[in-house]
Design a protein around this ligand. Structure first.
Ligand code: GLV
Ligand code: MN
Ligand code: MN
Length: 413
């Protein structure tokens, strides 16, 4: 089958249009999961799917799947990603994979081509986990590893539940969860790190995703007067939080390799200039490509946190938010991404993913892989996130060729 071209101008224009929904003054986008902005983005993407004649379903956690029928009624080849963002998101994280998937369908449709297997383009609910933990919530429910009821009952950073927000925005759908059969899954995404940009390489064939450990820590001390309380009498929750944050950084540097550590959210109470904090609530994000090293990092950080709390006379409690083991993608699919990129004339390298992705969850139930394109200066989760148009189009071309090859495979291949 001779394959059609991706309409690059159309892809860039849809990315810009979606980026205006929840767009921030001065650039970037804020479409936290299940907010009104997320609803606006969802409605717009569903409209695009309908214009392409796709059959659209919404499941009980709000995952949306658009189906482009194949010549045979076989499990679909699926692509897609997410359209929720962090509070200071860019235009491409997640959105690119969804809109490029639709661009593949658009190109095939325009050329009057139907693949043997159906093509499905999905966007999964709350991939970011910025408002509701865990991240990748929608794909976890989709493939059956997180119970729908538990996900619906999850309370977010503003105290409201997933269920009430899904209902409010009209995306608590009817399609069942945990029962879908997917032939294979390929997610196209920006790298969100500096490797491809630094090395001047266009395509990343992603071999796997590093392990992720998210925990919320709460320290309880005693509020007292900042002027009258001698240092030796203090039980300062803020001080211990600061010590733990510094230790996390030192630990990651000392361990080296792929170990990273981040304290990304920190709230002190009552948060006033002249009051010793009686409470600190903060998050720790630890990641490593090696399972045993990630477990070591956790063990060492919690041991330090216990010690530092005891020394200051504050109590510590930990609440797990998310925990994912490192994931290896399907070797045949990784090879297919690599050879397809080469055949299309692009430079390509194999690499791990530092960020979490829905593909790592789908990998539990079907062969899965990812395609990366460069992020300028490695910036992401930042309003200045950028990928050059030529690279965005290159990634979409690789996606089209990979998807069609998978969708043309004989059922027993
Ligand atoms: C999702 O973007 C993550 O935190 O990796
Ligand atoms: Mn993403
Ligand atoms: Mn993200």
């Amino acid at each position: 089958m001779s394959l059609p071209e991706i309409d690059g101008e159309h892809l860039l224009s849809t990315l810009a249009q979606l980026g205006r929904l929840g767009g921030l003054e001065g650039g970037g986008v804020c479409r936290l999961a299940l907010t009104d902005e997320d609803k606006a983005g969802r409605d717009w993407v569903v409209g695009q799917m309908r214009e392409l004649g796709m059959q659209v379903t919404v499941d009980g956690i709000g995952n949306v799947v658009g189906l482009h029928a194949g010549r045979e009624d076989l499990p679909p080849v699926m692509t897609g990603s997410h359209i929720d963002t962090v509070r200071t998101g860019g235009l491409y994280d997640g959105n690119y994979g969804v809109l490029a998937g639709l661009e593949v369908v658009r190109a095939l449709r325009k050329a009057g081509l139907r693949t043997r297997r159906p093509l499905a383009v999905a966007f999964f609910t709350n991939e970011e986990g910025a408002r509701f933990a865990p991240d990748m919530m929608g794909s976890l429910v989709f493939q059956g590893d997180l119970a729908l009821d538990a996900a619906l009952a999850t309370r977010g950073i503003d105290g409201t539940t997933v269920a009430e927000n899904l209902e409010r925005i009209g995306y608590r759908g009817e399609a069942p969860t945990g029962t879908a059969t997917v032939g294979s899954f390929v997610e196209l995404h920006i790298e969100q790190g500096p490797v491809l940009d630094l090395e001047g390489i266009t395509i990343g064939a992603v071999e796997g995703v590093q392990g992720i450990s998210w925990t919320e820590l709460t320290l309880a001390g005693t509020s007292n007067h900042a002027g009258t309380t001698p240092m030796r009498f203090r039980h300062d929750a803020g001080l211990v939080a600061a010590r733990i944050a510094c230790f996390a950084r030192d630990l990651a540097r000392e361990m080296g390799g792929d170990q990273v550590a981040t304290v990304g959210a920190l709230n002190l109470f009552p948060n006033l200039v002249n009051v010793i904090p009686n409470r600190a609530v903060f998050t720790v994000d630890l990641r490593n490509t090696v399972s045993t090293l990630l477990a070591d990092a956790e063990r060492r950080l919690w041991a330090f946190a216990d010690e530092a709390s005891a020394a200051e006379g504050v109590t510590l409690s930990r609440r797990p938010l998310a925990r994912f083991e490192p994931v290896a993608f399907d070797p045949a699919l990784i090879g297919l991404v690599e050879t397809t990129a080469r055949e299309l004339g692009y430079s390509v390298r194999r690499m791990p993913s530092g960020a979490g992705h829905d593909a790592q969850i789908l990998a539990r139930v079907c062969p899965a892989a990812m395609i990366f394109v460069p992020s300028v200066a490695g910036l992401s989760h930042n309003v200045r996130e950028h990928t050059e148009p030529a690279d965005l189009i290159a990634g979409a071309r690789v996606l089209l060729h990979v998807l069609v090859q998978l969708a043309e495979q004989q059922p027993d291949q």
